[in-house]
Design a protein around this ligand. Structure first.
Ligand code: HEM
Length: 410
């Protein structure tokens, strides 16, 4: 009798997706075994159907997928239900996707460049010239990689500040912000490590200055040697920058990106504080397919801009680096480090560099911990103090960047 019950329950517990197609609605009932009473396990005679989809009316491909991946049905159902709020600031929701788009371009073009590049002091520059002048479409791939890097950094800045001002970091999205901040640092890391790879004069001396910065901090000597692979910037530095650029950073980005995007899907898109109560939400649109289609349009526009820039404003290769030569005038880092560069220049007094490092470190810590400090936002109340803080940070970046531009030009 007990066995008969077991068999009935085992039959109930088979996936019910066969008739309903993609969705398995009925909750499986755990099959009790007589083991609970006797301690002896007797296998049920009627087992769950090996192929619960064999009588289904699905197409061959869907059936093939369902047989293998039906466990993912609840996830797909969840994503189908996901909605994005529509309001006058919805425009800013496109920048996370655009960052992702330019990152994908980086992976593809970076892999193609890897086919020809060699990270040695003797060959790096020559290989760049070769890619640029000899390899079919090599110039195009290199230009797209260089421009897409710049656009990715620009997009990540816009995405970070827009989510900041919309207070999208507030409870329960704290970890979206923290993972995003890590991605921001990694993105800047890509820029820094990639800059040296062509092994030209400008990149060489800029890396010399850039890798020197930690020196004044406690334990900084160690970081400098770790980055350079020796006392000075040289072949060892190139190998290290290359390894970080093509292995370490992509790996870390993939890891944090997976977490970031998973949280985006689980927690959904936030609306600005007070919008719901004030009736400013015009409606909600489905993430699949509506929002993702609009994302696609944004990507097409981004792609158009990228191709235009690659054709019309090509990046130069410059002159091969000569470590024995004196540094030329006007050495400056990439534009996204200009604000920090300007601060270092402004604090050119005894202990000034250390002060700048302390300011950056405390600033970065406060920035990453904002979601945990902004208690008003987590209670869905406006938090003007944090808005002002964000405006000050933005002003620091824009003014610093503009001052470097005025002094050095582009
Ligand atoms: C490689 C870099 C990054 C990629 C590819 C990326 C991607 C995305 C995507 C696709 C979304 C959903 C659409 C959107 O709201 O824009 C999103 C949302 C979000 N991201 Fe990022 N992100 C990156 C970096 C950052 C950074 C630097 C921050 C902040 C420090 C950040 C914070 C957030 C937050 C808080 C949301 C939720 C927005 C909301 O719910 O309204 N992300 N991200």
């Amino acid at each position: 009798m007990a066995e008969e019950n077991n068999n009935k329950q085992a039959a109930v517990s088979k996936p019910s997706a066969a008739k309903s197609g993609a969705t398995a609605k009925a909750k499986p009932v755990p099959a009790k075994t007589s083991a609970a009473k006797t301690g002896v396990y007797k296998p049920a005679e009627v087992r769950a159907e090996a192929n619960p989809f064999k009588d289904s009316k699905m197409g061959a491909v869907e059936n093939w997928m369902q047989e293998r991946f039906h466990i993912l049905n609840p996830v797909i159902d969840y994503l189908r239900k996901k909605e994005v709020p529509q309001h006058r600031l919805s425009f800013w929701y496109y920048f996370g996707g655009l960052t992702l788009f330019f990152f994908s371009i980086q992976i593809i073009t970076g892999l193609l460049l890897l086919l020809y590049y060699r990270p040695t002091e003797a060959e790096a520059f020559a290989r760049f010239v070769y890619i640029q002048t000899e390899v079919p479409f090599g110039w195009f791939i290199r230009q797209v990689h260089a421009w897409s890097a710049n656009l990715m950094v620009l997009m990540v800045f816009i995405h970070m500040f827009s989510t900041f001002f919309m207070k999208a970091y507030r409870k329960p999205r704290e970890l979206m912000w923290v993972s995003g901040f890590v991605l921001f640092v990694l993105t800047l890391g890509f820029g820094f490590t990639g800059y040296l790879l062509p092994w030209n004069e400008l990149a060489y001396f800029a890396t010399q200055i850039g890798t020197e910065v930690p020196k004044v901090a406690p334990g900084g000597e160690f970081i400098v040697r770790l980055l350079r692979g020796g006392e000075e910037v040289g072949g060892e530095t190139l190998t290290r920058m290359f390894a970080m650029h093509v292995v370490l950073l992509p790996g870390l980005v993939m890891l944090f990106l997976a977490g970031h995007l998973m949280l985006v899907q689980i927690l959904g898109t936030s609306s600005p504080i007070g919008y719901k109560e004030a009736g400013l939400i015009k409606g909600y649109e489905k993430f699949f397919p509506n929002f993702i289609a609009k994302d696609g349009i944004a990507w097409l526009i981004g792609f158009g801009l990228l191709i235009y820039l690659a054709f019309v404003f090509p990046w130069e290769i410059g002159v091969k680096a000569d470590p024995l030569a004196a540094a030329p005038d006007g050495i400056k880092p990439e534009w996204y480090f200009w604000a920090q560069f300007q601060l270092l220049k402004d604090l050119k007094f005894e202990g000034g560099e250390l002060l700048a490092i302390i300011i950056f470190t405390i600033g970065a810590l406060v920035w990453v911990l904002v979601p945990f400090m902004d208690k008003r936002a987590s209670r869905e109340q406006k938090s003007p103090a944090f808005t002002i803080f964000g405006l000050l940070v933005l002003a620091f970046m824009i003014i610093g960047t503009f001052r470097v531009y005025l002094e050095y030009g582009w």
